[in-house]
Design a protein around this ligand. Structure first.
Ligand code: PMV
Length: 315
C-alpha cells in the first residue's frame, strides 16, 4: 500500500531571527512543493530515498547506533513513531521529490517533514492538519531543537501566516503577492546563523532589545499594508527589515549586492530565512517584474514565485 502527500516551501516576509526571541514573524507559502510517498515494506528497516541522499536503517537501533546522516533524523523519527503507534510489524519506505532547493532558506526541510508526516500517517489513519503539523514540528526538532515551528506552520497551512511561538494566524492579503526569489547558491546552516545572532544579542543586550521593539512595530505595520494591498509601503518595510538583519551580521557581501540590484526596481528586497547564504526576495508586480528579473539574472539564479494557498495536500 502507498500513500502520497505534498507540502509547499515558504519565504519569510518579516521577522526571521527575531521570531526566536518572541517577535511576530510573517511567512508566505510559495508555489514550489515537496512530495512524499510512503509505502509499507516487509523488510524490518526504514528506507529513505531522496535527491540529497538515501538511507536504509534497521528498525530498533538507537540514535547513537544509526549511521544515517543527520538530515534523515526527522523521517526516521516520523516512521518509527507511526510504526510503533499503529502496531505495524514490517518496515517503511519514504520517497521524497522536491522542487525546492535545499539549504537555501526556502523551507525545504519543513515542507519535507509536513509531507512525510502526512504520507506516512496516510498509510494507517489520516490525521487532521493540526496533528500533522504538531508531529512535523517535533520531527524537525530532532535536528534543530530550537526550531521555532514557523516554517512548518506556513507549509502545513499555506497562504500567508503570522506566527509567534504560541499563536498562529492566517492573514488575508488585499492583493496576491508576486515575489522574485534569487538564490546566492551558498548553502547556509540555520543553526550557525541562529547562534551568530545569539552571540550578537549577548554582546549588545540593550541595542538588541531596541531592535526587537522596532521589528515588532515593523511587523504590525506590514500586516496592515498586506491587508490593504499597499505594495509600496510593504516593500519599504522589507528594506528596513533587511537593514536590521544586516546589522545583526546575517547578510553577506553577495546577499548585499543582490538586495541592492533588486532594490533599484522592485518595491523592496531582503534576505529570507536565516541568511549567511540562501536566498533573497524582492516584492514586485506586473509593472516591475521583468526589469527586476533582468537585473538579478546578472548576479544570481532567480525565479518568480506566487503564494500557495493550499498548504498540505493529500494526493
Ligand atoms: O531555515 P531558514 O533559513 O528558513 O530560517 C529559519 C528562520 C529563523 O528565524 C532564522 C530560525 C527559526 O527557527 O525561526
Amino acid at each position: 500500500m502507498k500513500s502520497s502527500a505534498s507540502a509547499p516551501g515558504k519565504v519569510i516576509l518579516f521577522g526571521e531571527h527575531f521570531v526566536v526571541y518572541g517577535v511576530r514573524a510573517i511567512l508566505c507559502a510559495i508555489d514550489r512543493r515537496i512530495t512524499a510517498t510512503s509505502e509499507t515494506i516487509d523488510e524490518l528497516e526504514i528506507r529513505i530515498r531522496s535527491e540529497i541522499g538515501d538511507a536504509e536503517v534497521p528498525l530498533g537501533l538507537s540514535w547513537a547506533d544509526q549511521k544515517a546522516p543527520r538530515f534523515m533524523r526527522p523521517f526516521l523519527h516520523l516512521a518509527r513513531e507511526a510504526l510503533g503507534e499503529s502496531g505495524t510489524k514490517g518496515g517503511l519506505e519514504i520517497r521524497l521529490e522536491s522542487e525546492i532547493p535545499p539549504g537555501m532558506g526556502l523551507g525545504s526541510s519543513s515542507a519535507a517533514c509536513v509531507a512525510a508526516a502526512a504520507s506516512i500517517w496516510g498509510l494507517f489513519e489520516k490525521k487532521p492538519r493540526e496533528e500533522i503539523l504538531r508531529r512535523a514540528i517535533a520531527a524537525e526538532r530532532t535536528i534543530f531543537e530550537d526550531a521555532s515551528g514557523a516554517d512548518t506552520s506556513a507549509s502545513a497551512l499555506g497562504g500567508i501566516v503570522s506566527y509567534t511561538r504560541d499563536r498562529l494566524e492566517r492573514v488575508d492579503p488585499g492583493k496576491s503577492l508576486c515575489l522574485i526569489i534569487a538564490n546566492s547558491e551558498y548553502v547556509h546552516s540555520t543553526r550557525e546563523e541562529v547562534l551568530k545572532v545569539r552571540r550578537f544579542k549577548e554582546r549588545n543586550e540593550e541595542a538588541f532589545a531596541e531592535m526587537c521593539r522596532r521589528e515588532q512595530g515593523l511587523v504590525e505595520s506590514a500586516l496592515s499594508s498586506l491587508v490593504s494591498g499597499d505594495m509600496r509601503s510593504l516593500g519599504l518595510m522589507m528594506t528596513q527589515n533587511q537593514e536590521m538583519l544586516k546589522k545583526m551580521g546575517v547578510s553577506t557581501e553577495k546577499l548585499d549586492v543582490m538586495v541592492m540590484e533588486a532594490g533599484r526596481t522592485s518595491y523592496g528586497a531582503k534576505i529570507t530565512g536565516a541568511g549567511g547564504g540562501g536566498c533573497i526576495i524582492a516584492l514586485v508586480d506586473e509593472s516591475n517584474t521583468a526589469q527586476t528579473l533582468g537585473a538579478l539574472e546578472k548576479v544570481s539564479e532567480c525565479f518568480v514565485a506566487r503564494i500557495d494557498f493550499e498548504g498540505l495536500k493529500y494526493l
